[in-house]
Design a binder for this molecule. Structure first.
Ligand SMILES: Cc1cc2nc3c(=O)[nH]c(=O)nc-3n(C[C@H](O)[C@H](O)[C@H](O)COP(=O)(O)OP(=O)(O)OC[C@H]3O[C@@H](n4cnc5c(N)ncnc54)[C@H](O)[C@@H]3O)c2cc1C
Length: 380
């Protein structure tokens, strides 16, 4: 039988980051199991946004730590990475959101986020002249936000982990988790059993299914999100910020010579279906043209759907499960798993090694759902 100290389930950007952070700390007796291919889940379907603009200190700290790590990613892993630090612009059109976002900016500045500020209608119009701004109460901008490529970051972490000795096994599915006397002792896979001391559940939208294999109830559900890309579009500056019309949750940014855009369907029922909904594109375009009339000249080239792994407060579950030794969870990231993957990898590796994490993420433990966790302003 195969034996390993630590088994990581899921070869998305989170599992790959955990694997590399373990290996870089000298823990290479690790197996990373992916039932399809690396990045085949949400990671390969992500929009890749990276922002500091959150309403809670823990998420802002995860962003600060992650951005610092993204900036030294190539130096540390030897893998290529491409980032565009174009900024994130949030447009606010109602009192409640505007009040909340002004509070958020104050908290972000207090915690040391660089380049974050409030903008007036006139500022917004100067920054992105194509926007309709008459209904806006204000906006917030962070010039140190931007986007990257989740698929290549996932591959980079996995390859660097493999070079250090981690066993990365694709097309191997975990079918069972062996628990004895209140602790995990191994996993069953389509390629045979593996005995281990610790399992890390990084299965993204499938994390609740992995939880069930261990007898653990994780409040994580898959929610479909649909994304579209246009052909060549010259009607927007190449360095325009990623823009989020927060009320309707419509967003767009530059993607090469085209535009990538999408909107959250707030009535989306949970499920694993990945088909594009007929009619949804028309709804998104209606909203898009209200905010950016110039987009009428853009031609939609293709679209795809991916899954958010969503918890009741749209924040991840990080850490141990009370009552089950040797089982760690790093899932439920909603729309911010890519941007938080570097710091998450570090923190979860520290937990798996039995150390207390350098970043205090105790408020993201599973037990918060017994204590009335509060919903955060989370988007895309
Ligand atoms: C449309 C869309 C846009 C997004 N935009 C952003 C964004 O702008 N910024 C951002 O930060 N985040 C964004 N996200 C979220 C982000 O992509 C995810 O949070 C992140 O990719 C999650 O990574 P993961 O490794 O946890 O999950 P995944 O990438 O889904 O990886 C989980 C892996 O587990 C594997 N697996 C499942 N079950 C098993 C099993 N039994 N055995 C073995 N393997 C198994 C799956 O095959 C999968 O590859 C977006 C997501 C979507 C869908």
């Amino acid at each position: 039988m195969t034996i390993a100290e630590i088994v990581i389930i899921g070869g998305g950007v989170i599992g790959a980051s955990v694997a590399w952070h373990l290996a870089s700390e000298g823990m290479t007796d690790v197996v990373l199991l992916e039932r399809e291919s690396l990045g085949a889940g949400s990671t390969g379907r992500s929009v890749g946004g990276i922002r500091h603009q959150f309403s809670s200190a823990v998420n802002i700290k995860l962003s600060l730590a992650s951005v610092a790590k993204f900036r030294r990613f190539t130096r540390e892993t030897g893998a290529p990475a491409h980032f565009v630090w174009c900024g994130y612009l949030f447009l606010l059109d109602n009192e409640a959101d505007w009040t909340q976002f002004q509070r958020n900016v104050a908290l972000q500045q207090e915690l040391g986020v660089p380049g974050v500020e409030r903008l007036t209608q006139d500022d917004v119009k100067r920054l992105v002249p194509q926007l309709e701004v008459d209904d806006l109460l204000g906006a917030t901008l962070c010039t140190h936000d931007g986007f990257g490529d989740p698929y290549s970051i996932c591959q980079g972490y996995a390859q660097a982990a493999r070079r250090l000795g981690v066993r990365v096994r694709q097309t191997v599915e975990v079918t069972g988790i062996d628990v004895r006397g209140g602790r995990v002792v191994g996993v069953q896979t389509t390629d045979g059993p593996i005995g281990c001391r610790c399992v890390v559940n990084c299965a993204g939208p499938w994390a609740a299914e992995i939880g069930r294999l261990a007898g653990v109830d994780l409040p994580i559900v898959p929610l479909k999100r649909q994304v579209y890309v246009t052909d060549l579009f010259n009607g927007l500056a190449q360095d325009a910020p990623m823009t989020i019309d927060f009320g309707p949750s419509f967003y767009f940014r530059r993607e090469g010579k085209g535009i990538v855009f999408g909107m959250t369907n707030k009535d989306q029922p949970p499920g694993f279906d990945l088909r594009l909904d007929p009619g949804w594109l028309d709804t998104v375009i209606e909203q898009a043209l209200r905010r950016v009339p110039a987009l009428a000249d853009a031609r939609v080239m293709r679209g795809w759907a991916g899954l958010y792994d969503t918890t009741p407060d749209a924040n991840p579950i990080l850490g141990a499960v009370p009552g089950l030794d040797g089982f760690l969870v790093a899932a439920g990231f909603s729309g911010h798993g890519f941007m938080h993957s570097p710091a998450t990898g570090e923190v979860v590796a520290e937990m798996a090694l039995g150390r207390s994490p350098t970043l205090d993420v105790s408020e993201l433990g599973l037990d918060r759902f017994n204590q009335g966790a509060r919903r955060e302003h989370n988007v895309i």
